[in-house]
Design a protein around this ligand. Structure first.
Ligand code: SIN
Length: 476
């Protein structure tokens, strides 16, 4: 598993180049991997293109059976795959194990949906006509996946693409390519037709991204990552008019209203904020608490946050692993420094953790204002910024004061308030008294600068399908 997976074979690049993958918890090298470039990317695209006719013409039941097999293999091997995720990403083993099952749930869901790709018959104006709308796979797709859920984000794309009848070329993040190669191994074990699923490890995403977004044989690109990179991929894809799904950055508000069940809200925030050390796109990023419950909320929250154990993901006690790399550490530290230099108040944490170079202590800060970078930017680290509000409208306006629009959360015991505020929030997903919003059955995705397209759910499958309208005229 140190090579690329192209056309059903483990392939070493023509250049012989390799790159190093390291454990963020220790800085130690895990392994050297084949470093793919333009040549291997073109080979993978050709393989996926050649495999498309046979794969897309398989019966949906055959594709469904195959995807079920993948789900079963992932589940059966979860204890062997989870350590690979912890090793390359750093997240606690329990979370990594959960990620394997979460990944399996996408294959299972899309196995079940593969046999439900219905179309329509459309009533016509003429009695001698019949019209239909049928759904067809879009063709060869590219998946460019992030390091924060190195298995699940690929599973979410591959499950949908393959169920629809598409073939796929995947480019995993350079920090975490081993989980994607492990998935390729699972596909190999399941006897997948060659070329249907290809994985290209590479140290330089730029070169490969350029080929994937410009190649005429690629019909769709699905990307999860930063808004800045999403814009580049969007621009590059424009001349060939590729279909795109962009799941980009978030800046999720988390609003605690006066009526909220405070214990429930604290529990929800702990889950939303500290999953993967705060490195999720749907992470609660700006916490707005009603002034009358602010002290109670912060006191209960601080008690829980101060008990979080930071450390190596393989230690059973660990709840917070490392940040992914030194650039992430620099960003998180600089957001905090900027806030503190503008008079933010540190309630707990506030510094690097002694656990190692890439570990950051879970932190709560208050006394914030909109001049601070932390009030505007996606933190992607274990920092909770607390803002205070008085009126409902004030909270809604502040929550919407961002260019992003991925996830938002509200805690209230008032039904009408829950409905009113969730209606007013300009986000693709809203959790009400709940932060665990992700599910294979749910449409995951954002609006505005958080991108477009949906993943998971029946809508996620539609993103890999084209509609063909047929009119049968002059029927006798
Ligand atoms: C993300 O936020 O990066 C993905 C999280 C998920 O699928 O739950």
């Amino acid at each position: 598993m140190t090579k690329a997976f192209v056309d059903g074979q483990w392939l070493a690049p023509k250049s012989g180049d390799q790159f190093s993958v390291s454990d963020p918890a220790t800085g130690n090298e895990i392994t050297l991997l084949s470093d793919c470039g333009i040549h291997e990317t073109e080979m993978a695209i050709d393989a996926a293109h050649n495999a498309f006719p046979a794969w897309s013409r398989k019966s949906p039941y055959e594709r469904s059976n195959f995807l079920s097999k993948i789900a079963d293999l992932l589940t059966k091997n979860a204890d062997k795959i989870a350590p690979i995720i912890t090793l390359e990403n750093g997240k606690p083993y329990k979370e990594a194990f959960g990620e394997v099952l979460y990944s399996a749930s996408y294959f299972k869901w899309f196995a079940e949906e593969a046999v439900r790709i219905y179309g329509d018959t459309i009533p016509t104006r003429s009695a001698s006509s019949k019209a239909t709308a049928t759904k067809h796979p879009i063709g060869v797709c590219a998946a460019i996946t992030p390091w924060n859920f190195p298995l699940a984000m690929l599973a979410r794309k591959a499950g949908a693409a393959l169920a629809a009848g598409c073939t796929l070329v995947a480019k995993p993040a350079e920090d975490t390519p081993l989980s994607a190669l492990t998935l390729a191994k699972i596909f190999e074990e399941a006897d997948l037709t060659n070329g249907v699923f290809n994985v290209l490890p590479a140290s330089s995403p730029v070169e490969i991204g350029k080929v994937l977004t410009t190649h005429p044989k690629i019909k769709k690109v699905s990307f999860t990552g930063s808004t800045d990179v999403g814009r580049i991929l969007y621009t590059q894809s424009a001349p060939s008019l590729k279909k795109l799904s962009l799941e980009l950055g978030g800046n999720a508000p988390f609003i605690v209203f006066e009526s909220a069940d405070i214990d429930l809200a604290v529990k929800g925030l702990m889950q939303a904020k500290f999953r993967n050390a705060g490195q999720t796109c749907i992470c609660a990023n700006r916490i707005f608490v009603h002034k009358n419950v602010r002290d109670k909320f912060v006191s209960k929250l601080s008690e829980k946050v101060s008990k979080l154990k930071v450390g190596n993901g393989f230690s059973e006690e660990t709840m917070i692993g490392p940040l992914i790399n030194s650039a992430a550490m620099k960003k998180v530290s600089s957001l905090l420094e900027d806030a503190v230099s503008k008079n933010a108040n540190i309630i707990t944490g506030g510094q690097k953790s002694p656990a190692g170079d890439l570990f950051f202590s879970p932190t709560i800060i208050s006394n914030l204002n909109s001049d601070m970078e932390i009030a505007r930017e996606e933190i992607f680290g274990p920092i909770i910024p607390i803002f205070e509000f008085d009126a409902e409208q004030e909270a809604t306006i502040a929550a919407n004061a961002t260019d992003y629009g991925l996830a938002a959360y509200i805690y209230t015991e008032q039904l009408s308030q829950a409905w009113r505020v969730s209606d007013a929030l300009e986000f693709g997903m809203v959790g009400i008294n709940e932060t665990q919003i992700s599910d294979a059955a749910a449409p995951f995705g954002g609006i505005n600068q958080s991108g477009f397209g949906r993943e998971g759910s029946k809508y996620g499958l539609d993103d890999y399908l084209e509609i063909k309208y047929r009119l049968f005229g002059n029927l006798r």
